[in-house]
Design a protein around this ligand. Structure first.
Ligand code: ZN
Length: 410
């Protein structure tokens, strides 16, 4: 039931039969409909049917032995029920499927974790924790205090500032963010995330005795309490890919209907609102673009021309070609921006040839490219196009993964 509940549109489903994986497909829709299920499949001897239904697409058939993969994932063989595999584990599974010689293992996650840094936190745990923050629910909407605070902490980390922050500083910096980006009916209580983020396993608090009720602001002030990201979480989030993925995940999970661009700008993470790291700022009619830093490296014009010629100015997403009076027009787009904060390389493997519309959509994270080269719309996960690839154009999949991270597709 847990696996059923945690399925998401866009997830991949593997089909298992006779100890082999025989096909994969993508979840396009989820529904719970008992009458429909009865109509299609009838009922078993206990009058039960298969009412948790999935609409699947992108079916690809193949045939691989399941046992080494299931063993690698510590899933009992044979497989008898629905098993949910985290995206990161899935990557390891793919690794197992393609080169069975050296299965990659990371430290197993240990059971319960107390406040602070007592147990080693691995990357999977971090993303699981970020995606399932326990938030106080008021009315229909979960409070945004914790995710706002985490973004603020990641902003500090990115600027190389102190991990642990004293309560007075925390309050001065976080309270205005809670006021601006929390729900209008949610009270501004910075002591709440300061204290309760510990339950996520990603957060440390020092200087306060006791684990129970939220200390009052005056208690926090008099004890000179300090809080910040846990050591392990900070270590993972210092890596650029993990950081991009964490920011993307927090934004897509908790701020779907908020002004994310403004929020990221306020916590010093403005560059993460686009793949290029450049922030389009609104103007009346004309869009002025300003650079995040003044030291963005200049791109290699030969590579720009090369990629455009390779595709004859045809957009790799939609295939269209913008005509000009004497020639054609296209744009060379870096998958992972070459300036701050992304620091991608200026190489052909990090470039795409796009039409202006798809360049904007790609840069502003409205579309992303999946592992199977389908171009998906970020708002729905729907496949919009198949990425066109020239035989001589080797695209580095790590850059696409980074871009997906920015899109919140971890
Ligand atoms: Zn296009």
């Amino acid at each position: 039931m847990t696996a059923l509940r945690e399925r998401r549109v866009g997830d991949e489903v593997l089909f298992y039969a006779r100890k082999r994986f025989v096909a994969k497909a993508r979840i396009l829709g989820l529904l719970h409909n008992r009458p429909l299920a009865k109509e299609i499949w009838g009922v078993d001897e206990n009058q039960k049917t298969w009412e948790h239904m999935m609409a699947l697409g992108d079916v690809v058939e193949f045939d691989v032995s399941a046992e080494p993969i299931l063993e690698g994932l510590s899933i009992p063989v044979p497989l008898r029920s629905l098993t949910l595999v985290h995206a990161e584990e899935r990557r390891r599974f793919l690794h197992l499927a393609t080169s069975p010689s050296q299965p990659e293992r990371t430290a197993p996650s240990t059971g319960t974790r107390g406040p602070g840094d007592q147990a080693a936190l691995v990357r999977d745990d971090l993303f699981r924790a970020l995606a399932s923050l326990k938030t106080h629910i008021k009315g229909q909407r979960p409070s945004r205090h914790k995710p706002i605070t985490l973004l603020w902490a990641i902003g500090r980390l990115t600027r190389g500032e102190e991990r642990m922050v004293e309560w007075e500083t925390f309050k001065a910096e976080v309270a205005p963010l809670l006021k601006e980006f929390g729900h209008p009916d949610s009270r501004v209580t910075p002591e709440y995330p300061f204290w309760h983020l510990r339950s996520s396993g990603l957060w440390s608090v020092e200087g306060v005795v006791g684990q129970g009720a939220t200390p009052t602001p005056s208690q926090l002030a008099s004890s000179r309490a300090r809080a910040g990201l846990g050591k392990d979480a900070a270590a993972i989030l210092r890596r650029s890919l993990s950081r991009a993925e964490a920011i993307g995940l927090l934004c897509s999970t908790y701020f779907a209907d908020a002004d994310r661009d403004r929020l990221l700008e306020r916590v010093g993470l403005a560059g993460y609102t686009s793949a290029s790291g450049e922030i389009p700022t609104g103007g009346s009619g004309t869009v002025k673009r300003r650079r995040v830093t003044s030291s963005q490296p200049d791109r290699d014009q030969r590579l720009v021309e090369h990629i455009k010629m390779m595709y004859k100015h045809e957009c790799q997403v939609c295939g269209s070609r913008v005509e000009t009076r004497y020639s054609h027009y296209s744009e060379a787009a870096h998958i992972r921006g070459i300036g701050k904060p992304h620091d991608g390389p200026d190489e052909l493997s990090n470039l795409l040839c796009l039409c202006p519309n798809h360049h904007v959509e790609f840069d502003r994270l409205a579309i992303y490219i999946d592992e199977d080269w389908s171009v998906r719309r970020n708002s729905t996960g729907d496949v919009a196009f198949e990425l066109r690839r020239h035989a001589d154009h080797v695209i580095d999949e790590e850059h696409l993964r980074y871009h997906r991270g920015l899109c919140g597709r971890v």
